[in-house]
Design a protein around this ligand. Structure first.
Ligand SMILES: [Zn+2]
Length: 231
C-alpha cells in the first residue's frame, strides 16, 4: 500500500525510476567474462562485474585463464556459521561468491579499520577482486593441497594491487614495514591476528620485483615454501 502511494507520488512528480528499479534484481552476465552477478540493483551489478573483469584480466596477463563459470550473489545479510556477520565468502563446492550489499559492508567494517581511511567504493570493489581472485587462483591450484595462508596471500596481494594508487598508498601506510624477503612470515597465526596487515605485506612481497606472475604460478604449483599449517 505504502509502495503504491509512493509510486503514485513519484509518478506525479515525474519520477519514473522507481518502476525501473523494481525489476532489476535479476542476473547480469559480465561482458567478456564467464562470471554473472545477481544484485538488487543494476548499478551494483555493473560495479561488481567491473571488479570481476579486472581480476580476470590480471590472471590472464599471468597466463592463468578463468575457465570455470563463476556466480556472484549480493545478499543483505551474510553470516559465518558461528553467527558473526561477514563481508564475503567464496564457496569452492558451488563455485559461488556471496558478498554483502554495499550498505551492509559499511556497517561490518570496524571503526578502527584501515579500510575506513579509504574511499568506501574503492574498498568494496577491492573486496570483490579478493573473492574473484580466490576463485580463479583455486582453479589453477586444482586438487593440490596448499596452505590457507597461501590462498590468502594471493587474494590479498591482488586485492590491494586493484586499489587506485592513492587508496593503495593509504592502505600500505597503515601497516609500515620493510618488504618481507621470503614466505616465512606468511603463516596462519599471522593471518588470523591481522588479516589486513598480512595482506599489506603479501602485496609488498608479491610485487617486490617483476616476477609476480611467476611467483603466483609457483604458489599454485605448490612450489613456494609457505610455512606448514600448525596443528
Ligand atoms: Zn580471502
Amino acid at each position: 500500500m505504502l509502495e503504491q502511494v509512493l509510486r503514485r507520488a513519484c509518478l506525479a512528480l515525474g519520477i519514473v525510476a522507481l518502476a525501473a528499479a523494481d525489476a532489476s534484481a535479476d542476473e547480469m552476465q559480465c561482458p567478456g567474462a564467464p562470471t554473472s552477478v545477481i544484485s538488487p540493483t543494476k548499478d551494483l551489478a555493473a560495479r561488481i562485474c567491473a571488479a570481476a573483469i579486472w581480476a580476470e584480466a590480471f590472471f590472464v596477463r599471468c597466463g592463468l585463464v578463468q575457465e570455470r563459470t563463476l556466480s556472484i550473489d549480493v545478499v543483505d545479510r551474510l553470516t559465518h556459521p558461528l553467527g558473526l556477520p561477514v563481508i564475503a565468502t567464496f564457496d569452492a563446492t558451488k563455485w559461488k561468491i556471496q558478498i554483502s550489499t554495499y550498505e551492509a559492508v559499511q556497517s561490518i567494517i570496524l571503526p578502527g579499520s584501515v579500510y575506513r581511511m579509504l574511499p568506501p567504493r574503492d574498498v568494496y570493489d577491492s573486496l570483490v577482486v579478493h573473492e574473484v581472485a580466490h576463485a580463479i587462483f583455486r582453479e589453477h591450484v586444482h586438487d593440490l593441497n596448499i596452505p590457507v595462508s597461501a590462498h590468502e596471500y594471493v587474494a590479498y596481494a591482488i586485492q590491494i594491487a586493484s586499489l587506485p594508487p592513492e587508496a593503495r598508498d593509504t592502505f600500505l601506510l597503515g601497516f609500515p614495514r620493510q618488504t618481507p624477503s621470503g614466505f616465512g612470515i606468511f603463516n596462519e597465526v599471522y593471518l588470523a591476528m591481522g588479516p589486513l596487515r598480512f595482506g599489506a605485506n603479501a602485496y609488498r612481497h608479491l610485487f617486490k620485483d617483476n616476477m609476480s606472475c611467476q611467483t603466483i604460478r609457483r604458489i599454485a604449483a605448490g612450489e613456494a615454501d609457505f610455512p606448514l599449517p600448525l596443528e
